[in-house]
Design a protein around this ligand. Structure first.
Ligand SMILES: Nc1nc2c(ncn2[C@@H]2O[C@H](COP(=O)(O)OP(=O)(O)OP(=O)(O)O)[C@@H](O)[C@H]2O)c(=O)[nH]1
Ligand SMILES: [Mg+2]
Length: 306
């Protein structure tokens, strides 16, 4: 079933990019062309208010004679999309990374990828398995930790996640690690007690490691589109997010959600996660992201490439 949805999304993706490309190659354009762009932006989940503002700018430029052909639309659209995105300065000097998000949004996978990127930068890393809820979670994390050559701290079955975090902070200090990644259990934003648990984890870190910057990152599954806006809003209220990790960017047309989230909540996208290989991640760069969205470039999974 899931594969069916995935395939369907891939089809929408290629439909959007194909349509955009045919618009960009037009030698003459009219108001209807701009309406077509509007439809495609909405399809890719860019959101109504962002789309409206972009379309107004395109219409004004068209009426002033500044847009003559498809390529002019492309240039302006590209620039507008890049300008909307806030600069990615999230977590530049953080040592502690707290990963939060709904079930299955890609936290554990990203924990492995992040640890790998630290290793590549010669930073020693401890990963805390603060998901003590799902029995298979530590095992899954240990596979990633092994690959990234990171140390892993596993809590006891049903140990309070805040208590695992406490132990991790102690070990982090004692063994003088450079980075600490805390992987938490997936939770629905509507579960108040589970959201409070995140607050508790943050308090422990702030108390145990007061001189270290903590970066709270929310994993957003790019395939979920507009639903993610509500998730981000509530997680932000509960935990004061520093950045978004957009996951599963491989093969979806729903990447437009980034514009809706960043404009509404003013939280930067910090990372892009785009596959199941440990190297399938990158820090967010607006120009590359927009090129990817418009189909000029594709985040290439290392798995497919090898
Ligand atoms: N294609 C693709 N799949 C991904 C990506 N990130 C994660 N996945 C897959 O999505 C599924 C869920 O990923 P997890 O990392 O376990 O997600 P989680 O947020 O830790 O899940 P819970 O701990 O259950 O809340 C797994 O099958 C992953 O292989 C990605 O960037 N691209
Ligand atoms: Mg997990």
């Amino acid at each position: 079933m899931f594969n069916f949805i995935k395939e369907k999304l891939k089809k929408i993706y290629s439909h959007v990019t194909q349509k955009l490309h045919s618009i960009f190659s037009l030698k003459t354009i009219d108001e209807a062309t701009i309406q077509e762009v509007e439809k495609l932006l909405i399809t890719s989940d860019t959101g109504v208010s962002v789309t409206k503002s972009i379309i107004q700018d395109l219409q004004t430029a068209f009426r002033n004679g500044a847009l003559k052909e498809g390529n002019d639309i492309k240039q302006l659209l590209e620039q507008k999309l890049i300008d909307i995105l806030p600069q990615n300065k999230a977590c530049e000097s953080a040592q502690i990374y707290l990963l939060v998000g709904i079930n299955g949004s890609g936290k554990t996978t990203f924990a492995g990828k992040l640890a790998q990127s630290f290793r590549q930068n010669n930073k020693s890393c401890l990963i805390a398995a603060a998901d003590t809820f799902r029995a298979a979670a530590p095992e899954q994390l240990s596979v990633w930790a092994k690959q990234a050559q990171a140390e892993l701290l596993i809590g006891k079955n049903n140990q309070d996640p805040a208590s695992v975090t406490f132990d991790a902070c102690e070990q982090f200090k004692e063994k003088k690690f450079d980075r600490l990644i805390i992987d938490t259990a997936g939770r629905l934003q509507t579960k108040v007690n589970l959201m409070k648990e995140l607050e508790k984890i943050k308090k422990i870190v702030a108390r145990q490691l007061p001189n270290h910057q903590i970066c709270t990152l929310l994993t957003i599954d790019a395939m979920l589109g507009q639903n993610s806006l509500e998730q981000a809003t509530i997680f932000h209220q509960a935990t004061q997010l520093d950045g978004i990790i957009l996951t599963k960017v491989d093969g979806t047309a729903k990447g437009g959600i980034v514009f809706a989230i960043t404009t509404k909540l003013n939280i930067p996208v910090a990372y892009i996660s785009y596959g199941e290989h440990i190297d399938d991640m990158t820090t967010f760069d607006a120009t590359t992201y927009v090129a990817n969205l418009l189909g000029d470039q594709k985040y290439q999974s290392h798995k497919q490439a090898s």
